[in-house]
Design a binder for this molecule. Structure first.
Ligand SMILES: Cc1ncc(C[n+]2csc(CCOP(=O)(O)OP(=O)(O)O)c2C)c(N)n1
Ligand SMILES: [Mg+2]
Length: 449
């Protein structure tokens, strides 16, 4: 049974050989003196040795970087092919994210929308990866990836319609929480709140792409998730699926240091999320998530491998969640203000890339002012417009809850509401006021009493 194991070396020669092997761990494993078991290529060793490092020698997985903290290329780093237009597009897309976040965060505080999540600090991870993808790669996001949609042309009106739940919100029709965007045209699958469900789904989407003759070798599925979501069983299910039933699925982990109040140090004891990739036989890279050019290079190469080899790739982007988890969180209850202030300054993704652009004469303080003023103006207009739009017709809330025909329980709820609205809809003041917010003011239910 163990035919591959070589046992015929005389004892004296084996002892001598062992001594030589002791001189270096690498030579000990590479010498393959004792052969291997029939089911694996793992070399047999007589040394009782444990290991706990993916890259060997007890070292951590390295972090790929292109720019230093002040925007200068690192010695030996390869800059991407980047002309002024692309570089500016990337910077502008990064710059507009905090402008939109500031406005919507405050709008939530005024009670005009129910909820909001910012992506402060993660602009480089989001825009650098978006820029490296094809615009028709299938994206399955977690919830902080609005910037991927904007990169693909999602309008401010669409952002506002979704967050305000207006009748113009094509994808979610007012039935989702704010920031749960989706766009069929832009190949962005609708966000869902339960963590990590998008990860095995992405492996399925990747497999579907591989089976589609029109998209095989052309597109990949791209899934974004936080390091906290990677603690869910669904992360492992998704990785195992994409690894054993190979598919072009690109896993992008935004390791921003927190899962709400739980610091990353309590989410795992191993070497981050990247160390899990090789366990699944998945090509893996860790990248400085605050360096937009490093993210861009890493994701481009990850995508190339994904598509050419039809296999999964994992990218772990190291960043920091500068904002609170969401509008339902006050992060100063569990982390010092000073830590956040320090991290805002250290390797700030926007400042760093701006210095890179300015050193090439591609950006200036004046351009910054003009651009920001223009974005503020456009975003504000879109916000005011959405604020004035009605919600979808009341009836709409019962549609598309499930695919196909409406099931009996949803029909029953619809009939119940109809009955109640007919009875109280125009006599009970709070309901009368509420109904005015809906397109058609609930007429489809009130009429025909
Ligand atoms: C299955 C499930 N469990 C818990 C939650 C509550 N929850 C929402 S976000 C979150 C933290 C996620 O952290 P991470 O994946 O690191 O993403 P980040 O918010 O840092 O971007 C938790 C626990 C949830 N939405 N779904
Ligand atoms: Mg996180």
């Amino acid at each position: 049974m163990f035919g591959a194991v070589r046992t015929s070396i005389p004892r004296t020669r084996r002892v001598f050989a062992d001594r030589r092997f002791l001189s270096s761990t690498v030579s000990r494993f590479s010498a393959d003196q004792h052969g291997h078991l029939p089911t694996t290529q793992s070399p047999i060793t007589p040394h009782l040795e444990f290991f706990n490092s993916v890259v060997g020698g007890g070292k951590g997985i390295p972090t790929y970087r292109v720019l230093d903290g002040v925007g200068n290329p690192l010695d030996g780093a390869q800059l991407p092919e980047l002309d002024e237009a692309l570089a500016r597009r990337m910077y502008e897309n990064m710059t507009r994210l905090p402008i939109i976040d500031n406005l919507l965060y405050n709008v939530q505080r005024q009670g005009k929308i129910a909820f909001y999540m910012t992506c402060y600090g993660e602009e480089a991870t989001i825009v650098g990866s978006a820029a490296a993808l094809a615009s028709d790669d299938e994206v399955l996001g977690q919830y902080r990836e609005m910037g991927v949609l904007l990169w693909r042309g999602f309008s401010y009106d669409s952002v506002m319609n979704q967050c305000f739940g207006t009748h113009e919100d094509a994808a979610t029709k007012g039935k989702q929480m704010p920031v749960h965007f989706g766009s069929r045209e832009l190949h962005f699958h609708t966000i869902s709140s339960p963590l990590a469900t998008q990860i095995p789904q992405a492996a399925g989407v990747g497999y579907a792409l591989k089976r589609d003759p029109l998209r095989r070798g052309k597109n990949c599925a791209v899934v974004y998730f936080g390091e906290g979501a990677a603690s869910e069983g669904d992360f492992h299910a998704g990785m195992l699926l994409a690894s054993t039933i190979p598919s072009p699925t690109l896993f992008i982990c935004r390791n921003n240091g927190f899962a709400i109040s739980t610091p990353a140090s309590e989410q795992y004891h191993g070497d981050g999320i990247a160390s899990r990739g090789p366990g699944y036989g998945v090509h893996t890279i860790r990248v400085d998530g605050n360096d937009v050019l490093a993210v861009y290079n890493a994701v481009r190469e990850a995508r190339r491998r994904c598509i050419e080899e039809g296999r999964a790739v994992l990218v772990e982007a190291m960043t920091y969640r500068v904002g609170h988890h969401s509008t339902s969180d006050d992060s100063f209850a569990y982390r010092p203000r000073q830590e956040v202030e320090n991290r805002k300054r250290l390797d700030n993704p926007l400042a760093r890339f701006r210095m890179f652009l300015e050193a090439r004469g591609w950006w200036s303080a004046e351009k910054e002012d003009v651009y920001k003023a223009q974005v503020r103006d456009e975003v504000m207009k879109a916000m005011r417009r959405a604020e004035g739009l009605p919600r979808p017709p009341v009836e709409e809330m019962f549609n598309d809850v499930y695919g196909g025909e409406m099931p009996w329980n949803v029909k029953e709820q619809k009939e119940d509401l109809k009955r109640l609205l007919k009875k109280y809809g125009d006599v009970y003041e709070p309901w009368r006021t509420e109904l005015r917010k809906y397109k058609g003011e609930g007429k489809e239910f009130l009429e025909g009493r």
